[in-house]
Write a protein that binds this ligand. Sequence first.
Ligand code: GBH
Length: 498
Amino acid sequence: MGSSTRSCLLLLALVVLVHGAARSRSANNRFPDDFLFGSATAAYQVEGGWNADGKGESIWDHMLHEHPEYSADRQNGDVADDSYHLYKEDVRILKEMGMNHYRFSIAWTRIMPTGEANNINQAGIDYYNNLINELLDNGILPVVTMYHWDLPQWLQDLGGWTNPIIADYFEDYARVLYENFGDRVKWWITLNEPLTFVAGYSNDGYFIQPPWINKPGVGDYLAIHHLLIAHARAYHLYDEQYRATQQGKVSITIQSDWYEPLTNSTEDIAAADRARQFYLGMIAHPIFSTEGDYPAIVRELVDKKSKAEGRTRSRLPVFSKEMVEYIRGTYDFFGLNYYTGKLVTSGETGKNPSRDRDSEVVTSVDPSWPASSVSPWLKVVPWGFRKLITWIHENYNAPDILITENGFSDAGTLEDTDRISYFKSHLTELLKAVYVDGANVIGYTAWSLLDNLEWNKGYTQRFGVYYVNITDPARPRIPKASSQFLKELIQAREIPQD
Ligand code: GBH
């Protein structure tokens, strides 16, 4: 080959190379065509109408009525964003942003005031029918959470999640939902963040939540055990009686921080893995892993400590072989909530006994992580998002992952540039997990559509892309800069580059 041919080929190769690089760079920035964008809320945080038209009392109604002092600003969900009356406004702003889906939750007590199936409240069914129909009329898919922490107080009086009978009641509830809404709702999430709400039985941390029962390392484990069964019951019910005709998907939403080893030491690496097993695997492993059941390290450590405490049985109940099989595989996708990351080393912390102490890990945060959020727990750790997604992809058989929450809190400014950069950096890491690591992320749901009642923090920590002035009885929805950012991003299906 002549030297001019050679340099010609070389040039061609160079052009192809540069072109390819440019292409893959822009591809990395672009969302897959069928990727879903949405936003989320939860019933107690937005609906209000706490006793309207026959709604029953939930554990959150109960606690914040009895103990207004448990709330940072003495607010409660009695009126909240008044979405019970203003749901058309919510749909309007979802459409304004071009959202593909809306993740909202159903208040069990609005439909079944005591939680029992012999007592159905038609006004509650009507409300959700109206919301679902309004969404569909506007081309928005409903993604429905069955349980976002607002248990009927009547069921709590029977022990709530610590009573195994809860699985029967939850299955009854799921049946009512499939029967009434399943013709139109194709995305179901049984439970939101199990490991967050079971802390109501262990008085863990600073998150005061109902039933606020102080039985760490016992009550929370009972609740975990029974909610896994309840979830599986709802899943199998769908499989056996509804899937053929309704053809939707049923799964669960799990929240996890990313747990990064404090140093590269073998000890810290093992500690970080223990943290993932105790704070994510505890729920995910029984459902999503190949072998099912609680993670081996969880079983081993809790059993060992229970024995050393002189107990006749483990504080963590044991599943029969049949139950392990019954729970394993009860998912159609992985619902993931991500907010922040932690550094992990081994050590002893927490009450004795408690899940924290059982895990033999101590967590901390890196002082260099931005603490721009008003929520003290929410340090900005975007790279943890990618690592968590990829860890789930690799450990649980590459499931379809729907990000069901991700978001940032401030005190309530309309020029919410910190929220925009939070979204931007997290979406950038999400796309790395997709294009570089091969994870199957099918959608992203921003928490939250509206500023809303941040549980016992009231309105002091605001996550909305729309601002709500809760002293204005009309509760107008006012767009923040971040809603415009999401609108443009969804339109372009691409992360804007500076
Ligand atoms: C999600 O939980 C919830 O699903 C959602 O309802 C909530 O509004 C949103 O996040 C924002 O918080 O009281 O300082 O001890 C995310 C996991 C678990 C983070 C409880 C805050 C309490 C911190 N959350 N945690 S603190």
